[in-house]
Structure formats: structure tokens, C-alpha cells
Design a protein around this ligand. Structure first.
Ligand SMILES: [Zn+2]
Ligand SMILES: [Zn+2]
Ligand SMILES: [Zn+2]
Length: 301
């Protein structure tokens, strides 16, 4: 397993007795594994983010490609579809369950998923949905947070789950929460960030705890409007789409992502949704505090 730990924001350790700000998460039975002080996943921070995948929709290597990156000896050049996993003392959740979700959960030893948040319904972000059943086996239901159009697509594609058609009692029962405004999971406030992604609008998300703007996650976007840049200004970590150097109609290029970071002024920027034209080694040419994320990279706050 490839994994690395970076320490971010040496802020004081907050009390475990954080108040639950909204009723949303109160409906979840607490899973003792996330509440024990010794968490089986090895996370200790108030907010631990693991990159489950950092690749574009086709992944890297691409099927049948003989380019240098697809044959790279640097294991960080192997990228599953983009997704992040977040652990907090109150609950753990995943952003997107793409095509590779099962492999990612195995690779990163994901043991607990209390909820899932979707950015949009492109196949590289939803097609691992069915594997959520492993995490809902005991309690049955799984809270699903998604923007309205994405929820409609999920209900159509995974109709058997949403309509409860599977007679098996332990089968996944999605509990839909349409995201139109900020919501809370435990003590983490999550604010949707609508951004253009080609001709469509998709959600990024801002994660705030105890007044700290920890992470803005914009995995798929072709631009970041000024009002969104202002909303996430000075975030500790900006995770942003940077497909490759060449421009693309639905994704930001490296230069465009750097320009967004210039407006946002985060403490640190991590690129994601990388294609096979951008090797990990290109990181050395990036501005200070700007990195190319890789599968298994873990950020502790
Ligand atoms: Zn994507
Ligand atoms: Zn290639
Ligand atoms: Zn997309």
C-alpha cells in the first residue's frame, strides 16, 4: 500500500465532545468503531483526509497505452478514479464512489463509511455505489448527499436500491439528502460549491470544523467563479482539478489551476483528477506549496 502522511495546520487538538450542529447526522446510529479512542483505521486527527483516487475518468495507466507515464516506475503515477475519504471523531464519510471504489476501500483499509457525498453523476464518480452495501450491512441504510440532478441520476441508475427492490434484508437502503445548502456531518460543516464542468454545473465542497476552513475539494471543474473563490479564500488546503498541461473543455489545466490557487491563496494546493499526460515528476516544476496528489496520500488536520 502506498501511503504517506503530511501534517497540516498545527492547530490545537479540540475536545472530542464536539457538539452535533444539525439533526441530519443524529439519525445515524453511532458506530462504536468511529467513537473509540483507538480507531481501527489508525486515524487520530480531528479530520483525516485520504485520497482514495486521483486519476481522471479513464484512470492511469490507460488501457492499452504505451506512453511513458502509463509505464512509469513511480507507483504514484498509478491513479484510480478521483475520490476522497474523510475521518473525524464523530463519523467517517466518502466523497464519490467511482468505478474503483471497491479496490480503493481494500487498498486503503476503509472499514467505516457512515455517509456518502456526491459531486456529480459522471460514471467515474458513481459506479462503485453498490459496494457501499458492505458499509451499510448492519444498519441497512446509508445517508446519501447529492445535488438534485445527481440524486435523480442515482435514483435512476440504482433504482433497485432506492426502491428497495432487493429482498435481501441487509441490502443497501439509500437515505437521500438532496444538497441545496450547507449541511453538517457530526461537527463538520459541508458547504456545496457549484462550479462549471464543461456545459454542466457540479458540486465541489468546502469542509469547515470549529471555524477553520480546512479543505475545499473541487475535483471536476472547468472554471472557478469569483464568488466561489471568495467563499473558499485562505482555505488551508485547496484540492483542485488539474488534468494536464494542455487545455481541456471540461477540466482545468495545470496553469488554470495555479491561477485559481492564486485567487484563493490556500496554505497548500493539491492537484487531482490527473490524466496520463501529467507525470508525478512534474510536481518539481510547480509553485511553492503546490503538489500533485497521489492515491493513498493522507492529510491530517
Ligand atoms: Zn471525474
Ligand atoms: Zn498513457
Ligand atoms: Zn465529471
Amino acid at each position: 500500500m502506498r501511503s504517506s502522511v503530511s501534517s497540516i495546520g498545527m492547530g490545537k487538538v479540540e475536545s472530542r465532545a464536539l457538539r452535533v450542529e444539525s439533526g441530519d447526522f443524529l439519525s445515524l446510529p453511532t458506530q462504536s468503531s468511529t467513537l473509540n479512542s483507538e480507531r481501527p483505521d489508525g486515524a487520530h486527527g480531528q479530520f483525516t483526509l485520504t485520497f482514495l483516487g486521483t486519476g481522471t475518468s479513464q484512470g492511469v495507466p490507460m488501457i492499452g497505452c504505451d506512453c511513458e507515464v502509463c509505464h512509469s516506475k513511480d507507483s504514484r503515477d498509478q491513479r484510480l478514479r478521483s475520490s476522497i475519504y474523510i475521518q473525524t471523531p464523530e463519523c467517517s464519510f466518502v466523497v464519490d464512489t467511482g468505478t474503483d471504489f471497491r479496490s480503493q476501500a481494500l487498498q486503503q483499509n476503509v472499514r467505516v463509511v457512515d455517509a456518502v457525498i456526491f459531486t456529480h453523476s459522471h460514471t467515474d464518480h458513481i459506479m462503485g455505489f453498490d459496494d457501499l452495501r458492505r458499509f451499510a450491512y448492519q444498519r441497512g441504510f446509508m445517508p446519501v448527499y447529492a445535488p438534485p440532478e445527481t440524486m435523480r441520476d442515482l435514483e435512476r441508475v440504482f433504482e433497485f436500491a432506492f426502491k428497495g427492490l432487493n429482498p435481501f434484508p441487509g441490502y443497501l437502503k439509500p437515505e437521500p439528502h438532496v444538497v441545496e445548502q450547507p449541511f453538517d456531518l457530526g461537527s463538520t460543516r459541508i458547504t456545496p460549491l457549484p462550479v462549471p464542468h464543461g456545459n454542466t454545473t457540479v458540486n465541489g465542497y468546502l469542509f469547515v470544523r470549529n471555524g477553520r476552513k480546512l479543505v475545499a475539494y473541487l475535483s471536476d471543474c472547468s472554471g472557478v467563479p469569483d464568488d466561489i473563490a471568495r467563499e473558499i479564500a485562505n482555505v488551508e488546503v485547496l484540492i483542485i482539478d488539474a488534468l494536464r498541461h494542455k487545455p481541456h473543455p471540461t477540466h482545468l489545466s495545470v496553469d488554470q489551476a495555479i491561477e485559481v490557487a492564486h485567487r484563493v491563496q490556500p496554505q497548500r494546493t493539491d492537484f487531482t483528477h490527473i490524466c496520463h499526460e501529467l507525470p508525478q515528476s512534474a510536481e518539481s516544476q510547480l509553485p511553492p506549496n503546490t503538489f500533485i496528489a497521489y492515491d493513498g496520500l493522507r492529510l491530517e488536520f
